[in-house]
Structures are given as C-alpha cells and as structure tokens.
Design a binder for this molecule. Structure first.
Ligand code: NAD
Ligand code: GLY
Length: 361
C-alpha cells in the first residue's frame, strides 16, 4: 500500500491510501476514525452490485449499521434534484452529525455525495472510495464537491475534504476500456501542467498503463495524487495555483455541457487540452512539436483530439459561465511547454472560436 498525506487548513490532514485489494479494509479504517453506529453508503446500482457488499460487510463486521442510497447512473443525476432525494434518505435513516458518508463510485458519485455530506446538517464526515481511474487520480481528493445546474457544470458546490480516501486499484479492473481512457485524460494533464518526466514516462508506458499492469497503475495513481496534493495544499480555495488543475477544462466543461453530458468528462478534457495548447501555439508560445506529442499521447490513450459535433453557441455560453471568469474575462490555462502552464486572460473569444473550429488545432 502507498499512502499520500494531504494537509488541509487548520493543521489537519487526511490519507489517500492506494493499492490493490484495499476496499475490504474500509470497515476497519472507518472504525479507527468514527465511533458512531451508522454509516451511509452512496453509490450507483452498477458499482453497488460490484463492490457494495464488500464495503457493507467490512463496516458491519466493525459494528456499523449500514444504509445504502443508490443514485441512477450518469452526470445528469449530479443535480440539486438528486441531492434533495439524498437529503430525504438521510432524514429517513436518521443520520446524525457524525454519521460518516461513504462515496463509492466514480467522480459523479464523489462530487454528489460530497456535496450532500457537506451541506446536510452543515457537514457530515466524508470518506471517498473512488472506483474509476479519474476519481482515484483527481476528483476524490482536494475537497471540491458540486452539482451541475442548468447549462453549467459544477455550478453549485462547496469545499469539503474527505477524512480518508481509499483508492483500491483492483476496482479499476472492472472498468470499461473507455473509462480507463477517460481517467488517462486527467493523468496526462498532470504531466502537462507540472511534470515533464512524468509525461515522458506516460509516453513510454501507455500500453501497460491501459492494460492496468499492477505496479505501473499504482505508480501512476500515486504520482498523480502526490502532484494534486501538493498543489491543493498551496492553494486550497482555488485562488491561483490550483487553477492550473483546470488545464483543458475551460473548453472541456463547455463541450460536456453543450453535449448534454453525452460526451464524458475525460474525453472533453482531452479535446480541451488540445485546443488550449493550440491557442498557445497560435500565440507563438507552445512549440508545435510539443503539441504533436500531446496529440499523439492522447490518441494512444484512446482519447479524442478533435472537436466533437456540438453546437458552438452552446459551447460559448457555457464558457461564459466558467468559474474562472474574472471581471467578465474567461481565463485559460495555457501551456508554455510540456510540464509548464500559465494562466491567461488574454485569449480572445475570436481566437478560441477559430481554434475550436479548426481541425489542425
Ligand atoms: P462517472 O462517475 O460517471 O463514472 C464513469 C462510469 O463508470 C459510470 O458509468 C460508473 O457507473 C462506472 N463505474 C465506476 N466505477 C466502476 C468500476 N470500478 N467498474 C465498472 N464501472 C464503474 O465518471 P468519472 O469519470 O469517474 O467522473 C466524472 C465526474 O468527476 C464529472 O462529474 C466531473 O465533473 C467530476 N470531477 C470532479 C473533480 C473534483 O475535483 N471534484 C475533478 C475531476 C472531475
Ligand atoms: N479538478 C480540479 C481541482 O480539483 O481543482
């Protein structure tokens, strides 16, 4: 098992524990932290079928009564409506201030369960049990929770850190291949924003990573978690440095929203990274050979590099609502070279549109 500690404000910290077969320890580790009698598990039917019993048995062995609340699959359900249903479930279960909420699933379940845990009774403890690559390397740590609203992704949310993250890499074995690719978009993002040697490692080992070779996947998850932890520790509330984690997300989130979430987060971020890089390239900053390397790696990771057929007006509307908009200006995270990015408010919508409409971007 590998452990990455994440320090948060007020001298607190939590562990991200990474390794194969860790989920069966969830009961014991929860008991070490929580004295109560009940635990609530939020999941979706597919993930619950695969891993719910293992988590429930572990918790029950430690004397927890378990309550499972299931949410229908899909980003569409990361909404205030679903949150309201979960609040009703908490009331029915008679959840108390210190009842732990366990988020078992991918980023959709993590964001939603985190949001509900953060807001019910002004905050219940949260434990993340991420079961997708994307959730293990990104969404399960850092404390961002949210639901989507209208045309805008993650429009309503709150910061709420988990007390513990258990990233069982064996659970990735049941993911469809395109979900592994989705997670790889965020993995490649870390190489792009801050870690050129990691990008090189990904280029060399992408086939083995896609095949989920045990040591390789643990190395990758640990490296990503380590990078994110160090960034979040320096800028927990996303006022500057943390923005860089949104490389590829300005256009990516807009693509997701404009496609009514038919296009998955990772796929949209992949295209968003290419387009942000192409913008930087047109501004004379990001070298063409680095752009070619990025596209090649994304393709080899099973990800798209071209704009999907979405309504450009809706993409622009969503970009206009982006949380990074400051004083009416959309801020882009642009690469200087592989391993280095900067924040820019100087990208005109005209250039962004031109690049999005071009197949060469
Ligand atoms: P997801 O949660 O929709 O999961 C993808 C699919 O995989 C779902 O169909 C799910 O049922 C299935 N699944 C999950 N685990 C499985 C397993 N082990 N075996 C088989 N199937 C499994 O998608 P995601 O890519 O994990 O997360 C995307 C979400 O994460 C988006 O809503 C995005 O906004 C959010 N996100 C949040 C943050 C953050 O910091 N909070 C960061 C990045 C992304
Ligand atoms: N995934 C972006 C962030 O955590 O800030």
């Amino acid at each position: 098992m590998r452990t990455v500690k994440v320090r948060t404000g007020g001298n607190k910290s939590y562990d991200v524990r990474i390794g194969g077969g860790l989920l069966c320890q969830a009961g014991r580790w929860n008991r070490e932290i929580f004295p109560g009698q009940m635990a609530i598990i939020i999941s979706n039917p597919d993930v619950d079928r695969l891993y719910g019993d293992m988590v429930r048995q572990g918790l029950e062995k430690e004397g927890f009564k378990t309550v499972s609340l299931l949410v229908a699959e899909g980003e569409r359900h990361k909404s205030l409506d679903t949150a309201a249903k979960l609040y009703a479930g908490f009331q029915k279960a008679r959840a108390e201030r210190f009842t732990p909420v366990l988020a078992l699933g991918g980023g959709v379940i993590g964001d939603l369960a985190g949001f509900v845990a953060a807001t019910y009774m002004r905050g219940l403890p949260l434990v993340a049990l991420p079961t997708t690559l994307l959730a293990q390397v990104d969404s399960s740590l850092g404390g961002k929770t949210a639901v989507d609203h209208g045309p805008v992704k993650n429009n309503i949310g709150v910061f709420h850190h988990p007390g513990l993250v258990i990233a069982d890499t064996f659970t990735l074995g049941s993911l469809p291949q395109d979900e592994v690719s989705n997670g790889l978009a965020e993995v490649i993002k870390y190489g792009m924003i801050t870690d050129r040697p990691f990008f090189n490692l990904l280029e060399k080992n992408i086939a083995g990573i896609r095949a989920l070779e045990d040591q390789l996947i643990e190395d990758v998850v640990q490296r990503c978690v380590y990078i994110k932890a160090r960034i979040v520790e320096k800028d927990e509330r996303d006022n500057g440095l943390r923005n860089t984690l949104n490389f590829g997300h300005t256009i990516g989130h807009a693509i997701e929203a404009a496609s009514d979430f038919r296009i998955k987060h990772g796929q949209a971020v992949a295209v968003g990274m290419v387009k942000a890089s192409a913008i930087s390239n047109r501004m004379g900053i990001f070298p063409s050979k680095d752009l070619a390397r990025l596209k090649d790696l994304l393709l080899r990771a099973g990800l798209p590099v071209r704009m999907p057929p979405v309504d450009m007006a809706r993409v622009l509307l969503a970009m206009d609502h982006d949380k990074k908009v400051v004083d009416g200006k959309t801020r882009f995270i642009l690469p200087r070279r592989i391993g280095r990015v900067f924040i820019s408010s100087d990208v005109s919508f005209a250039l962004a549109i031109e690049v999005m409409e071009s197949d060469n971007g």
